[in-house]
Every structure is written in structure tokens, then in C-alpha cells.
Design a protein around this ligand. Structure first.
Ligand SMILES: [Zn+2]
Length: 166
């Protein structure tokens, strides 16, 4: 509390120029305030003090470290730099996601290739099986024909013999 009232006096502010030094203030819950940096449109790069207990703290302590608002060409440059960094971050994130996606797709592709090879193999086996079946069918047909012809021959012979003994 003592530090805060000391920092609050206008004469002390002037002594520090445009900013208060790090660790100058204690927040409302008695911790040494932490320095953070704002990147809003109004205050790009402007530093401020926040509760020393971190972001989750209920304590709403806030005080600008950089007393002067950003302005002029520096303000524009900071905004531009912020947007460039944002775009680069987004690009980096996109690249990382693409890479992660690539890693995820790769084993699937390999699996698909194996699957395709298996299907081709099965198709080939099926063709082999079909030709085997065809060959065996032809064999069976020939056997049947031979059997029929021999039966006809036998009947003819039998008829001749029966006729001869009449
Ligand atoms: Zn606090």
C-alpha cells in the first residue's frame, strides 16, 4: 500500500519518466506486480502491471507501466508488427496442422496400398480358380461324352447280337 501511494504521487511519476521500473508495485493482494504487455488496437506493445498471483487471480489490480500511450509512427509500426506476427503465427499453426495431418494420412495410405495389393492378389486367385474350374468342367464333359459314346456303342453291339440270335 505504501509503495502504491508513493508511485501515485505526481512528483514520483515524473522522476521515472515514461515508465515505472519492474517490481515497483505490489498488487492489492500483496504480491509484487508482474509486467505484461497489451496488444490491443489502442495500446499495441504498451506494458502494464498486473496481479503477481497470475491470470487466474481474482485480484483486478491494473496499472500502466508505460505511462505514455503509443502514438505517431511508432504506434503504426507496432500495430503492423503485431499483425505480421499474428499472420505468421497463423501460418505456422496451419503448417503444423498440415504436417500433423500428413503424418496421420501416411499410415492410412500405406494400409490402403496393402489392401489394394491384397485385392489384386485375390482377383488373380479367383481368375486362376475360374480357369481351373473351366478345365475340370471340360474334363468332365469329355468324360461324359466318352461314356455316352461307349454306351451307344454297347447298345448297338447288343442290338446286333440280339438281332443275330433271332
Ligand atoms: Zn493481486
Amino acid at each position: 500500500m505504501a509503495a502504491e501511494s508513493e508511485g501515485g504521487s505526481s512528483s514520483t511519476v515524473q522522476d521515472f519518466g515514461n515508465e515505472f521500473p519492474v517490481g515497483f508495485f505490489e498488487c492489492d493482494c500483496g504480491k509484487q506486480a508482474l509486467v505484461r504487455q497489451a496488444w490491443t488496437d489502442a495500446n499495441p506493445g504498451r506494458r502494464f502491471y498486473r496481479c503477481g498471483a497470475g491470470w487466474r487471480s481474482e485480484c483486478n489490480y491494473f496499472r500502466w507501466k508505460d505511462l505514455e500511450k503509443p502514438h505517431g509512427w511508432q504506434y503504426k509500426a507496432l500495430l503492423e508488427a503485431r499483425d505480421i506476427i499474428k499472420a505468421q503465427d497463423a501460418e505456422l499453426k496451419r503448417l503444423r496442422e498440415t504436417q500433423a495431418e500428413g503424418n496421420r494420412i501416411y499410415p492410412v495410405e500405406v494400409g490402403l496400398l496393402e489392401f489394394q495389393t491384397k485385392i489384386e492378389q485375390l482377383e488373380k486367385e479367383s481368375i486362376d480358380l475360374k480357369s481351373d474350374l473351366k478345365a475340370s468342367n471340360e474334363k468332365e464333359q469329355t468324360l461324359r461324352e466318352v461314356l455316352i459314346i461307349s454306351w451307344i456303342g454297347f447298345i448297338c453291339v447288343l442290338a446286333t447280337v440280339v438281332h443275330a440270335f433271332k
